[in-house]
Design a protein around this ligand. Structure first.
Ligand SMILES: *Cc1c(COP(=O)(O)O)cnc(C)c1O
Length: 503
């Protein structure tokens, strides 16, 4: 049994294919133009001679078929959710239904200029207005802004509102934000950019927020507690209601990181837990493709009390049913995005919500939680589980069973690639040493989950019987173990001609 024959998804990633990239052949063409019948121009003032050239040097010379094959082949070298299972934890790589692309691609939307007056863009405004209402319903909070273009920008927007709220009550000593040690790194980053000071809260032995750790901070300096629920260990914060009450009683506010709402939709409304501000990642929970820095959307929902601080403009409807931008918002923190946010993503999220309906949205969460627990139970005998309790949308293992064979989380992740799977999130959250964070999402069938589980079990066996095999992986992908920092920070995304005269 070899990984190549047993498991799906490696077809485009075989080693035999040559790593050819430069394909230019002199004088090959992919176009034909009619003969030039224009009069000779010798008017230097029209285009000075030094800017005129006979040939563009260094450009590749290719036929149309060469170009089509080149890009089609390159597309198979990349891994995506449309290619195979992508269990990246805290990332919700769910299937993005193609109908979302159809609606977002309607020319009435794509040809709409952002400066079109509201009177000529009523449909677009109505979609935004309705999407706000749906997100408000799902979150149990009163008002929503769609402007932020990512989860992290939603956090910044939320923290700026919290700051503005305290300042509006001349309660400006409140500058401390409490953040659990399991949180996403964006939480402290956003708070600091908003001009606040962060303090880390150690999680309790059960992986949850610890009231004892919280108590010493409950004073007049507390601006907010930032919690993630389910937290980044995939565990629901059972004491959330008690904790929000403690924070409110001392004058602080509660921010919830709702980047991953996949476990809660239709089941728990964050507003009911006492949360004041929540951001939602449309590009995770609401089925817009993400990764690679593409357009996202991180709407922020708030309580009635915080509504006046939302970014301007807000979208309103007048008694005649006319949608308009309301710029008259004296307490607003201002604009956080040029124009109105990433509209294309909003259409996709709107389509997703409408195509599922209220009942479907709840089923998404139920299936996401069921899949994660199935994964957890079946893998538990083979991989050490960090917190063995009912999980929500994701479950976390570590490499402590494999240590004795000198096999690490990184080795396991790389070996999974040979089995045709994208590895899970590794070494995060930081409080679990050697973490393997698996989020299967609701999209996957039991067959797919079983295939992945079988691959994981096979790797745990290999770790015992042939650890070198695991440590030498991956063998199938084109590139082996990269310098991951360099690969992320110094990406080469542009082809540059070999010789460019004016470069
Ligand atoms: C993804 C994520 C974020 C950040 O969202 P971006 O859109 O990548 O900025 C914040 N918190 C949690 C828990 C997340 O999973």
């Amino acid at each position: 049994m070899t990984a190549k024959t047993q498991f799906p998804g490696t077809s485009g990633l075989t080693l035999e294919e040559p790593l050819m990239f430069e394909k230019s052949i002199k004088d090959r063409k992919g176009y034909s133009l009619p003969d030039d019948d224009l009069p000779e121009l010798n008017n230097d003032s029209l285009l000075p001679a030094k800017y005129v050239r006979d040939e563009i040097s260094g450009m590749p010379e290719l036929s149309e078929l060469d170009v089509v094959r080149h890009f089609t082949r390159l597309s198979t070298w990349n891994y995506s959710i449309d290619h195979g299972f992508y269990p990246l934890g805290s990332c919700t790589m769910k299937y993005n239904p193609k109908i979302n692309e159809v609606t977002a691609g309607l020319c009435g939307f794509t040809h709409l200029h952002p400066l079109t007056p509201a009177s000529a863009a009523q449909g677009a405004l109505e979609i935004m207005y309705r999407l706000e209402k749906y997100l408000s319903e799902i979150s149990g909070l009163s008002a929503v802004t769609l402007q932020p273009s990512a989860g992290a920008q939603g956090e910044l927007t939320g923290m700026l509102m919290i700051k503005a709220f305290h300042q509006s009550r001349t309660d400006s000593n409140r500058n401390i934000v409490l953040i659990p040690d399991s949180a996403h790194g964006t939480n402290p980053a956003s708070s600091v950019i908003a001009g606040l000071t962060t303090r880390t809260l150690a999680s309790g032995p059960d992986g949850c927020l610890d009231i004892e750790a919280l108590t010493p901070h409950l004073n007049g300096n507390l601006a907010a507690l930032m919690m993630t629920n389910p937290n980044t260990l995939g565990i629901f914060e059972k004491k959330a209601v008690e904790i929000t009450k403690l924070v409110h009683d001392c004058g602080g506010l509660v921010y919830m990181d709702g980047a991953n709402l996949n476990a809660l939709m239709g089941i728990v409304k964050p507003g009911d837990l006492g949360v004041d501000v929540l951001h939602i990642n449309l590009h995770k929970t609401f089925a817009t493709p993400h990764g690679g820095g593409g357009p996202g959307s991180g709407p922020v929902a708030v309580t009635k009390t915080l509504e006046p601080f939302l970014p301007a403009p807000s979208i309103k409807i007048d008694p005649k049913g006319f949608y308009y931008f309301d710029w008259h918002r004296p307490l607003s923190i201002g604009k956080v995005h040029n124009f109105w946010g990433n509209f294309g993503v909003m259409i996709k999220a709107y389509t997703y919500i409408r195509s599922l309906g209220a009942e479907g949205i709840r089923k998404v969460s139920e299936a996401a939680v069921l899949n994660a627990n199935y994964m957890k139970e079946r893998l538990k005998p083979y991989f050490h589980i960090a917190y063995d309790k009912l999980c929500k949308h994701e479950c976390i293992f570590d490499d402590s069973f494999q240590h004795q064979h000198d096999v690490s989380t990184m080795d396991i992740a790389k070996r999974l690639m040979d089995y045709g799977f994208h590895p899970p999130t590794v070494y995060f959250p930081l409080i679990v040493k050697g973490a393997l964070m698996i989020e299967p999402t609701e999209s996957e069938s039991k067959d797919t989950l079983d295939q992945f589980i079988d691959a994981m079990i096979a790797i745990s066996e290999e770790a015992k019987t042939n650890p070198e095999r695991v440590k030498d992986s991956p063998t199938l992908p084109k590139l082996k173990r990269l310098d991951e920092t360099k690969a992320a920070r110094q990406t080469v995304l542009k082809w540059i001609p070999k010789s460019t005269p004016n470069a």
